[in-house]
Design a protein around this ligand. Structure first.
Ligand code: AMP
Ligand code: ZN
Length: 129
């Protein structure tokens, strides 16, 4: 059983800040900012794209509840991010959404993904429509 399944089943400790029948939210053990929380479906899906839409609705509701709770720290914004696949930095292969409060002393820089690439946007656009 994966670590997030164990947390969902209360077989592993976590700082749970919110839960309902389908979803659990707990503090990230390696936070990128004060209050960094993971919102996780209790059932095991490999990534956010595998999560059924009815459960995704619960995830969205939980994100809103968690953001409301995190307002106690007076954040100035949030990054709400889900990594899909190891090449995108996913390490825990159980779907989860990072809720990362951001603060003005962080100079308003986004969570960094490294250098932007040079690409012909017109070409990209044409391939997509
Ligand atoms: P990702 O790279 O998107 O797969 O993110 C996985 C996140 O899970 C990382 O930010 C880790 O710090 C966090 N994490 C790993 N194990 C635990 C745990 N036992 N409790 C809370 N957070 C965890
Ligand atoms: Zn799992």
């Amino acid at each position: 059983m994966c670590i997030f399944c164990k947390i969902a089943k209360k077989e592993e400790k976590a700082y749970v800040v919110y839960e309902n029948d389908n979803v659990i939210a707990f503090l990230d053990i390696n936070p990128l900012s004060k209050g960094h929380t993971l919102v996780v479906p209790k059932d095991h899906y490999e990534n956010i794209l595998e999560v059924p839409s009815d459960i995704a609705k619960d995830l969205h509701e939980a994100i809103k509840v968690v953001c409301e709770k995190l307002k106690v720290f007076s954040p100035d914004g949030f990054n709400i991010v889900s990594n899909v696949g190891s090449k995108a930095g996913q390490v825990i292969m159980h779907a989860h959404i990072h809720v990362i409060p951001r603060y003005k002393d962080e100079e308003g820089k986004p969570i960094s993904f490294g250098k932007p690439i040079k690409v012909d946007l017109e070409e990209v656009y044409k391939a997509l429509v």
